[in-house]
Design a protein around this ligand. Structure first.
Ligand SMILES: Cc1cc2nc3c(=O)[nH]c(=O)nc-3n(C[C@H](O)[C@H](O)[C@H](O)COP(=O)(O)OP(=O)(O)OC[C@H]3O[C@@H](n4cnc5c(N)ncnc54)[C@H](O)[C@@H]3O)c2cc1C
Ligand code: SF4
Length: 330
């Protein structure tokens, strides 16, 4: 690990000022950043500890919107009683992530920015072909171990999955990310995460020195009737093999689907909104048959490799199961 300078910021403005070079990283819970520093993926010259910034750990659940401070801990948000009632999929996406210890430490801003678990990217020796880590060096996963890799959104440069659960729920329900740098701006979660294309090292819309201050979700009926389903190799402390955040709103007749939201985790290079399935559902009767038929479109455009082809079969199943759970709340 490279030696680094440490500063503790007392306000957002000073954090942004201290964080304004490419060699600086904000330190929140540290559960991802410190891991990556230990395996030399991240080699910052300076850490700016943001954990003491005031007022950024609040969770506010109102009738029209939910606002989550970027320094709120995952466990606080997961267990917030109003959030559980208003946004079940959001709470579930956090409960099903990591371990109790990590959720107590990790923050919501850091959670969004966690980096891929691709073993080549995290290789301690660093002597591997990995375009995300060393641009232009190739992608060892394409012909190597790729069982956990993406079937949606990959390129010839990178097929690493985005690993987070919460961002999947955020993308499904039109979440917004509040960012401060020189100026303040608000980015749609769906536009925030990037597909790898030929620049897999650029993972999101943040520029150097920009800081996430809050995350916002509009409160909709689909969010109230929502579910997060996570399929993984073991039942806790494991990343998704495939997951779905789904929500439904029915017309006043109680039978016709008025609105549907679905995003996938664990299968795409970024949280993957599946609008084709949403469009297949809207206006149709809310039956299991309709849901299963629509869900069959969920893997359209997939590019599987032999080791991860099972995800193409899994995708329609997780979508259908998540929607069927959501129907119970609609
Ligand atoms: C064993 C293990 C299992 C896990 N399992 C899961 C899982 O199943 N599902 C899941 O979703 N996650 C999982 N995680 C990931 C975990 O949720 C993240 O490590 C955690 O959320 C990161 O938050 P943090 O506050 O510790 O971020 P940090 O490690 O402090 O920061 C992460 C990155 O975000 C930057 N950053 C932090 N806050 C801000 C901000 N406000 N603005 C701008 N930049 C910022 C940092 O500079 C750094 O680059 C797991 C982690 C481990 C170690
Ligand atoms: S999949 Fe992406 S992160 Fe993994 S080795 Fe290839 S380029 Fe690197």
């Amino acid at each position: 690990m490279r030696s680094f300078a440490y500063h503790r910021a007392s306000g957002v403005a000073s954090a942004i000022q201290l964080g304004s070079t490419d060699e600086t990283r904000f330190l929140a819970g540290g559960t991802n950043l410190v891991d990556l520093m230990k395996c030399n993926v991240e080699r910052p010259a300076t850490l700016v500890d943001v954990t003491a910034l005031p007022g950024l750990d609040q969770v506010d659940v109102g009738p029209a919107r939910i606002r989550i401070g970027s320094l709120a801990r995952m466990s606080t948000v997961a267990d917030h009683p109003d959030l559980k009632a208003t946004a079940p999929a959001v709470s579930e996406s956090l409960w099903r992530a990591a371990s109790a210890q990590i959720r107590n430490m990790a923050t919501m801003g850091g959670n969004l920015l966690q980096r891929t678990r691709c073993p080549y990217f995290r290789d301690e020796s660093g002597n591997v072909s990995c375009n995300k880590r060393n641009p232009g060096s190739g992608c060892a996963a394409l012909s190597g171990v790729n069982r956990n890799h993406a079937v949606l959104g990959g390129s010839e440069f990178c097929i690493a999955t985005y690993p987070g659960d919460f961002a999947t729920a955020l993308v499904a329900f039109d979440g917004l990310i509040h960012v401060r740098g020189r100026d303040s701006r608000v980015v749609k979660a769906n536009d925030f995460f990037r597909s790898p294309g030929s620049t897999p090292h650029i993972e999101n819309d943040l520029t150097v020195g920009e800081f996430i201050t809050a995350i916002e979700l509009p409160v909709t009926q689909s969010l109230r009737a929502s579910h997060y389903l996570k399929v993984r190799d073991r039942s806790s402390y494991e990343f998704a093999a495939a997951s779905a955040a789904a929500g439904l709103e029915l017309e006043k007749d109680g039978r016709t689907i008025k609105d549907a939201r679905i995003a996938l985790g664990g299968v795409g290079t970024k949280p993957w909104r599946v609008r084709v399935v949403e469009a297949e559902l809207i206006g149709k009767p809310c039956t299991e048959d309709v849901i299963r038929r629509a869900a069959n479109h969920g893997a359209e455009g997939a590019h599987p490799l032999p080791q991860n082809a099972f995800k193409v079969t899994l995708i329609p199943r997780v979508i259908a199961r998540a929607l069927i759970e959501a129907v119970r709340l609609a």
